[in-house]
Ligand binder design. Structure first.
Ligand code: LCS
Length: 402
């Protein structure tokens, strides 16, 4: 079957964050905030979900579950869910994990909020690399703990870990946990096994726990391979792996994710304190995704690769001074537009007002991200083209203005 990623799907009236939540999330403003564009005139390239329809088998699994007509308290008891998910990690990453190590959570972010509390004592600190998905910082601050950041090194749009700085910070005796994004949002880096080993060695030698957030691991460019961090350390029980069908299959609204906790003590804390019921529709939908989703994902990855290539060609032609490399993973493009807009403080507000494009950028990624915009490319090519056209037109005008 050929899936149609060119289809434009109306999300109006579905309570979608993507269409209705941007005033609050991006601008911290009420629903009354006004723009020169009507809501349905915006090109939306911000929050990390996709404009693509879900796999038909996901929809079918939900219909079948609805037909059972009772929706009482539910948890993952049936081992076929474990078999579907571990089959997925085995097929895709040649890695699996013990059934008893798997717990589920209504999202990776809620799991992070809890795990920081369960792992760290109150006076301890948590390390992240920056730029970073902002919820890593929120999870630390929610627990009243101190955040320690290590800036990635950027060279012509390519990011690497500053291992000397990371080691210096990991040596701080109060640093007890690193929340790590593998592969990395927002830069898209797919860390190589060599980089992962160096990173893991530094953290483990300094007695840190590691939460490896691998939510984006299924969405790689076709020339890339994902390595689960925990695969490199089969003897260690201090690495917690988070994976989910939410990003991969565009089902974040089902709020269901996998957390693999090899340490028995920590797992016991989790099982006593975590409120562990799940939505019955989410379980069957996730199981269907991992069981039937291989071909859909293959076609999605091809479509995303082509979107990235389209963007690269477009920027080379119309915005040659933008610093952009095709992301190794995620459907998120990370672009430095500093040479066009050197003094712009609020990039999302600028683009919303001047061009009607909703995007994330600038200080939304904790630190080490000034001058960057992040564009979500998981949309039909016609929408991508319109978004890029608007962005380039306004930036070229800015440059001519200077
Ligand atoms: N972890 C990372 C690294 C993410 O990028 C996201 C979503 C999540 C976790 C969310 O996990 P959940 O709680 O839904 O399981 N990233 C988004 C982003 O960059 N913009 O919008 C959402």
């Amino acid at each position: 079957m050929n899936y149609n990623f060119d289809e434009i799907i109306d999300r109006k009236g579905t309570n979608a964050m993507n269409t209705d939540g941007f005033r609050d999330y991006i601008f911290h403003a009420p629903q009354t905030m006004k723009f020169p564009f009507a809501d349905d005139e915006f090109i939306r390239m911000w929050v990390a979900d996709m404009e693509f329809a879900a796999l038909p088998e996901i929809v079918q699994s939900i219909k079948e579950r609805l037909d059972r007509r009772i929706f009482g308290y539910t948890k993952v008891f049936d081992p076929t869910y474990y078999e579907a998910f571990s089959g997925w990690t085995k097929r895709n990453y040649n890695w699996d994990f013990k059934k008893e190590h798997l717990v589920t959570s209504p999202g990776i972010i809620p799991a992070l909020y809890e795990l920081v509390e369960y792992i760290c004592k109150l006076d301890e600190k948590v390390l992240i690399v920056t730029p970073s998905y902002a919820f890593f910082k929120h999870a630390v601050e929610y627990n009243n703990m101190e955040l320690v950041t290590s800036d990635l090194i950027e060279n012509d749009g390519y990011y690497t870990i500053d291992f000397d700085d990371l080691e210096k910070k990991a040596k701080d005796e109060k640093v007890s946990l690193c929340i790590f994004c593998n592969p990395h949002n927002p830069t898209g880096r797919v860390w190589t096994p060599k980089e992962l080993k160096k990173f893991g060695d530094i953290c483990l030698a300094n007695n840190l726990w590691i939460i490896s957030d691998e939510i984006h691991c299924d969405l790689l460019r076709n020339n890339q391979t994902h390595t689960p961090l925990a695969k490199l350390y089969p003897e260690s029980d201090r690495i917690i792996t988070c994976m989910a069908p939410s990003k991969t299959f565009n089902m974040a609204g089902f709020m269901f994710s996998n957390v693999i906790i090899p340490n028995e003590g920590l797992r016991n804390v989790w099982s006593t304190r975590h409120y562990s019921f799940e939505n019955p529709l989410s379980i069957v939908a996730s199981q269907a995704a991992y069981t039937y989703g291989d071909e859909w994902l293959r076609q999605l990855k091809n479509y995303l690769d082509d979107n990235f290539m389209f963007m690269k060609n477009y920027l080379e032609k119309y915005l040659p001074k933008a610093v952009f490399r095709i992301s190794e993973s995620t459907y998120l493009a990370w672009v430095n537009i500093n040479s066009y807009l050197p003094n712009q403080e609020n990039l999302p507000l600028f683009f919303a007002n001047k061009t009607g494009v909703l995007l994330e950028g600038g200080n939304m990624f904790v630190t080490n991200s000034d001058g960057y915009i992040r564009l979500n490319l998981a949309c039909p090519r016609s929408i991508l083209e319109e978004g890029l056209k608007r962005i380039c037109e306004v930036l070229i005008k800015q440059r001519d203005h200077h």
